[in-house]
Design a protein around this ligand. Sequence first.
Ligand SMILES: Cc1[nH+]cc(COP(=O)(O)O)c(CN[C@@H](CCC(=O)O)C(=O)O)c1O
Length: 393
Amino acid sequence: MTSTQSKWLEAELKYDSRVVGKHEVVMTRGQGSVVWDESGRSYIDCVAGYGVANIGHCHPDVVKAIRDQAERLLVMPQSLPNDKRAEFLSELVGVTPAGLDRVFLCNSGTEAMEAAKKFAITATGRKRFVSMKRGFSGRSLGALAFTWETKYREPFGEAVDNRNVDFVTYGNIEELRAAITSDTAAVILEPVQGEGGVRPASPEFIQEARRLTQEKGALLILDEIQTGFCRTGKMFAAEHYGVVPDGMTLAKAMAGGVPIGAFVMTADVADRMPAGGHGGTFGGNPLAMAAGVAAIRAMKREGMAEQAREKGAYFMEKLRAIQSPKIREVRGLGLMIGVELKEKSAPYIHALEHEEGVLTLQATPLVVRFLPPVTISREQIDTVVAAFERVLN
Ligand SMILES: Cc1[nH+]cc(COP(=O)(O)O)c(CN[C@@H](CCC(=O)O)C(=O)O)c1O
C-alpha cells in the first residue's frame, strides 16, 4: 500500500461513522464501465454505485451539463421556479408511462419512498400498506417499515412502525388478494427485487396487483429505484409487464450519478395532497436537474434500453454456460443480473475484486449481483464472465 493510499484510507476509516463496511481500497477515478484505485489499478465496475452509473461513469454529456450549470446557478429551492427544473420535469414526464405526469422531486430513493407513503395516505384517506417479503424500500424510518429484512429494522425497535404494513410473499397472488382490503392505501412492489436477490416478478403477479388495487380503491406504487432508467431493458420495468401504476419511486441512475430522487404520480394522487403537505430543501436543485436532463437524453439517444436488453441476454447466456456445481441459478432482467450460488457469495465477490479486478455486490448472502453500466462492452462482459469462472474453480 502506497503512503498516499494509506493516508486517504486511514483518514476515511478514522473519521467515517464506519456503519458501512469498507473495502481496503481507495477509488479515485471512473470512466464508462471502469474505475481506478489510488495505485492506478483498474476494475470493471459491476457495482456501478449500487445501480447508479447506468450510463457509465462520468458520461461526457453529464460532465458538461454539470460544468455549465455550476457556472450558472447551483442553489434554487422548489418554491422558486427554475429553467433547468422545468426542462428536467418535461424530459422525465416525456419518458414515464402515460398519466404519470406529476412529480415530487427529492434526493434519494428512500426520500422518494417517504414521499410516496405520504401521497398515498392523502390520496386514499387510508393508512395500511401491502409490501413484499424480501422487499427493500430504503433505510429511513418510514421506508424501513416497508423493508422486509429484520437486520435492517431490529436495531431501531418500535421506532420502525410497521404495524400498518402487511407483508406478502413476492409472487403469491392468493396472499396478495387476501392482504389488499378497503383499508389499504397502496401496494408497494419492486418489478424486480434487487437487494432481495434479483428476482423478476411474473407478469401475472404484477398484472393481478394492478387489477386488485384498482378493484379495492388502493394505489399500485412500483418501486423503480433500481429497475428504472434502462436497467432491465426498458426505460422502466413496468413496460415489460404492460402495467401503468398510480405512482413510481425513482432515484439512482436518473441523473447520471448526481444524487436525485422522485415520486412520479397521477394528477389524481398529486391533487389530494394538501398544499405544503410535504417538501424539502435540495429537491429539484438546478445541478441535479441539469445532470438529469443530460442523462435521460443520453439514454434515449444511445438506445440504452435496447443495449441493456441485448447485452443482458448475452451476459446471462455466458453466465449460464459456466459449468460449475456451485451455481444454483442465473436470473435477472436486462442488465440486472443475479447468480445464486449453493454457498455464500462473499468469498467470490472478494476474489473477483482482489484477484480479477472485477467489482460485484451481494443481494442476500448467496447471490452475486451484477449491475454494470449499460454501456459495458461485450469484451468487458467476456472478461467478467471469464473472471467469475476462474474464481468459482
Ligand atoms: C428498490 C430500492 N428501493 C429503495 C432503495 C433506497 O434508495 P436510496 O435511499 O437511494 O439508497 C434502494 C437502494 N438499494 C441499495 C441499498 C443500499 C443500502 O445498503 O442502503 C441496493 O440495492 O444495494 C432500492 O434498491
